[in-house]
Design a protein around this ligand. Structure first.
Ligand SMILES: Cc1cc2nc3c(=O)[nH]c(=O)nc-3n(C[C@H](O)[C@H](O)[C@H](O)COP(=O)(O)OP(=O)(O)OC[C@H]3O[C@@H](n4cnc5c(N)ncnc54)[C@H](O)[C@@H]3O)c2cc1C
Length: 378
């Protein structure tokens, strides 16, 4: 794997960093406090072609790879994680349409999803289908030219601002699992909102629970092959955005801490001169860099068509835990000020805490990693 980003990738990073620092970061505390969806920022990212970064150019995307998605996501998450979440969830849905949808679906959805004019949300998890999505209870039954969908979805990020939910439902008996799940494009107006949770972090991009009661969608809204949607999800790797969000928070926590400990004085010196503080900052830098390298390595493998299972699991666990640990250390090293909303670090900690749970809890990724490690030794 090359350890240096290409010139184009570095230019992408500079461009996004400049945008994130001038347009997102100065508003992040207010957006979080007011629980305000960052729609304006996302529209601007859409205009710049970033919402469709990995989509083909023929559909309005930039035709880039997952390495570029990681670079983009780190920069956005360093400014405000929820902007990166909203963008990634939309892109994840668009990627499934691109990979498995019909030409008609691609033409209808992708150009506007690439600019964030049409917003996608993911309806996979349910009350009893968390870590194990195959326990989903939502069903879809074929009735002539339509599918009739019944059930609920929860944690549907973006829902309140979305146009369409990629909704997973059982279309076959449990005995056929995992080949018994299909995916459908369901307009958001077909859902009834049941619960909008108050959450510790990610406060300005809500993830509600929503219900479908005898919702009818045309047969052409089926995405991919009937019964294969769960298996097909495993073939796309936009999930690398989750560790990339971790990298962004881990780096931002580090940078804020270096600046603060350099400036803040106690005992007639900058607190950054105390060895205990310096070792802690050194550890934070090490965590952030390792997180970035692991995440880029996983993205690079996926871009090259190699199996990234082991590398993705390692990146997910390390980068998301690095985010939590760096945010926690940043709060400690900011002292009382870190505990206030005057600084970003309390939000980093609240937002980071989501990342070890969402995208599948880290325990599951540790399981996949352990399986891959043992398999490699056989
Ligand atoms: C804010 C937010 C946004 C989200 N956005 C979306 C979205 O847009 N679309 C979507 O479909 N889903 C979304 N999710 C759902 C997310 O993927 C699930 O929360 C996650 O998969 C875990 O499911 P659960 O919360 O039901 O936890 P559970 O399955 O109830 O697990 C609880 C805990 O048990 C432990 N555990 C579970 N299984 C194992 C195991 N095999 N071994 C060891 N320990 C285990 C873990 O510690 C885990 O955290 C979101 C979640 C949140 C909180």
């Amino acid at each position: 794997m090359p350890f240096r980003l290409t010139e184009d990738q570095r230019a992408l990073r500079e461009d996004v960093r400049e945008f994130a620092e001038s347009e997102i970061r100065p508003r992040a505390i207010e957006l979080d406090r007011n629980e305000e969806y960052p729609g304006g920022v996302l529209a601007e990212l859409g205009d710049r072609g970033y919402a469709g970064i990995t989509l083909p150019e023929e559909y309005g995307g930039r035709g880039e790879g997952l390495v570029e998605l990681v670079v983009l996501t780190e920069e956005l998450a360093a400014a405000m994680m929820t902007v990166a979440s909203a963008l990634a969830l939309n892109l994840g849905v668009a990627t499934i349409i691109k990979r498995f949808g019909t030409d008609a679906q691609r033409e209808e959805y992708l150009p506007e999803m690439a600019t964030f004019e049409t917003v996608g949300a993911l309806g996979l998890s349910e009350a009893n289908a968390g870590a194990n999505k195959l326990e989903m209870e939502t069903t879809a039954e074929r009735a002539g030219d339509e599918w009739v969908i019944d059930g609920h979805k929860q944690w549907v990020t973006n829902f309140q601002h979305a146009d369409v939910v990629l909704t997973y439902a059982k279309t076959g008996p449990d005995a056929d699992a995992p080949h018994n799940v299909s995916a459908f494009l369901v307009p958001t107006e077909e859902f009834e909102v049941e619960e909008v949770w108050e959450t510790l972090g990610a406060r300005n991009v809500k993830s509600p629970r929503v219900r479908l009661s005898d919702v009818r969608v045309p047969a052409e809204n089926l995405v991919g092959e009937e019964g294969e949607a769960y298996v097909q999800r495993g073939e796309v790797h936009t999930g690398v955005n989750v560790p990339a969000r971790g990298v962004g928070i881990a780096r931002a926590a580090l940078e804020d801490t270096v600046a603060y400990t350099d400036e803040r004085e106690q005992f007639d010196r900058s607190i950054g001169e105390f060895q205990g503080v310096r070792w802690n900052v050194a550890e934070m830098a090490q965590r952030a860099d390792a997180a970035r390298l692991l995440t880029l390595r996983a993205a690079d493998r996926a871009d090259r068509g190699a199996d990234p299972t082991r590398e993705l699991a390692m990146a997910k666990v390390h980068a998301t835990e690095a985010a939590v640990e760096n945010a926690n250390d940043a709060m400690q090293l900011h002292g009382g000020k870190g505990y206030t909303t005057e600084h970003h670090v309390e939000r980093y900690l609240r937002d980071a805490r989501l990342l070890t749970i969402a995208g599948g809890p880290n325990e599951l990724h540790r399981n996949s990693l352990a399986d891959a490690v043992y398999a490699a030794s056989e």
